[in-house]
Design a protein around this ligand. Structure first.
Ligand code: SF4
Length: 106
């Protein structure tokens, strides 16, 4: 199952990291929540495939280390989500449907 496109209604904003919102629940290192709002990455689904980071035309994503997370030990942070042009490449390319852009999966 991919990211919940309704996360902004069903989850609480619990933190901010690298300038982006973090939506809980968060219990490190196993549970890291959803990072970002306009461009949202479910850290508990992300397997660090990297296709989103490579294909984004405006370099929204950066790598962050997430040691001991069961799905992968690094994740893509939507650090520059304000630059997003809604092309949906990342949404379409993610092999585990970990990314939602502006509620696109609704
Ligand atoms: S929708 Fe396009 S511009 Fe926005 S983060 Fe994804 S790949 Fe980058």
């Amino acid at each position: 199952m991919g990211i919940d496109p309704n996360f902004a209604r069903t989850r609480e904003k619990v933190d901010e990291e690298n300038g982006v919102d973090v939506w809980g629940p968060v219990e490190p290192p196993e549970q890291l929540g959803i990072h970002g709002t306009h461009v949202a990455v479910d850290y508990d689904i992300c397997i660090a495939d990297g296709a989103c980071l490579e294909s984004c035309p405006v370099d929204v994503f950066t790598w962050v280390e997430t040691p001991d997370h069961p799905a992968s030990e690094k994740k893509v942070e939507p650090t520059h989500e304000a630059q997003c042009i809604d092309c949906m490449l990342c949404v379409d390319i993610c092999p585990v449907d970990a990314i939602d852009v502006d509620g696109s999966r609704k």
